[in-house]
Write a protein that binds this ligand. Structure first.
Ligand SMILES: Cc1cc2nc3c(=O)[nH]c(=O)nc-3n(C[C@H](O)[C@H](O)[C@H](O)COP(=O)(O)O)c2cc1C
Length: 190
């Protein structure tokens, strides 16, 4: 009897652990469907590297979000109170103009990955105008980010709210130095 109870308790504990992990996205994977678009902004190349891995793995097409005025390394100095990023961060009306927000054959993509660096625990605001300008209706949208240490946090959820359309998934954070195998572990092809 004692043995049966121990087995039952172990099974129950394992089940709880699995449900818990799934709830916090602990070991989740994604399976893209249809044609895949990988949209990204990258100021210093880390997010671009992950975007290219995703495109290689899925056979997808990349689209880079490009500010009209690119960020120099001086612009990106978050410790300098006079730098462009600090000024933009402190400006509630910031509005980074992009070279374009229109993607060729937008309607043909069923899955859209959207990637960005984390800036002050949030998605870099450079992606905002892309998200606001596009209609994600009927698309599965999968956020991803790179950061030194912060998690994805609410960044994906906030972008989903900003978009107002699309089926936004939880997404994933990669470290700035993540490898292709890290991305391969995340994406499970149909
Ligand atoms: C303005 C700025 C703010 C940042 N804020 C954070 C942060 O809050 N948390 C973190 O872990 N990393 C932060 N980082 C580091 C970047 O998220 C990280 O280096 C990222 O991989 C850069 O991606 P990229 O090369 O595609 O631009 C920040 C970097 C910059 C330039």
């Amino acid at each position: 009897m004692k043995k049966i109870l121990t087995i039952l308790a172990t099974v129950l504990l394992s089940l709880c652990l699995c449900v818990g992990l799934a709830a916090c996205g602990g070991d989740s994977t994604v399976t893209p469907s249809g044609d895949v678009l990988v949209v990204y902004f990258s100021a210093s190349g880390n997010t671009e590297k992950i975007a290219n891995y995703i495109a290689e793995i899925t056979g997808g097409t990349t689209f880079e979000i490009e500010p009209v005025v690119p960020y120099t390394s001086a612009d990106l100095r978050w410790t300098d109170s006079n730098s462009r990023v600090v000024k933009e961060h402190n400006d509630p009306n910031r509005n980074v103009e992009l070279t374009t927000t229109q993607v060729e054959n937008w309607d043909s993509y069923e899955t859209v990955f959207i990637g960005y660096p984390i800036w002050w625990q949030e998605a870099s605001w450079v992606v905002d105008n892309f998200v606001k300008d596009n209609d994600f209706t009927g698309k599965t949208v999968i956020p991803f980010c790179t950061s030194s240490s912060s998690g994805l946090g609410k960044s994906g959820k906030l972008l989903a709210q900003m978009a107002g359309t699309g089926d936004w998934k939880d997404g994933k954070r990669f470290s700035s130095s993540a490898s292709k195998s890290d991305v391969e572990e995340w994406i499970v092809l149909e």
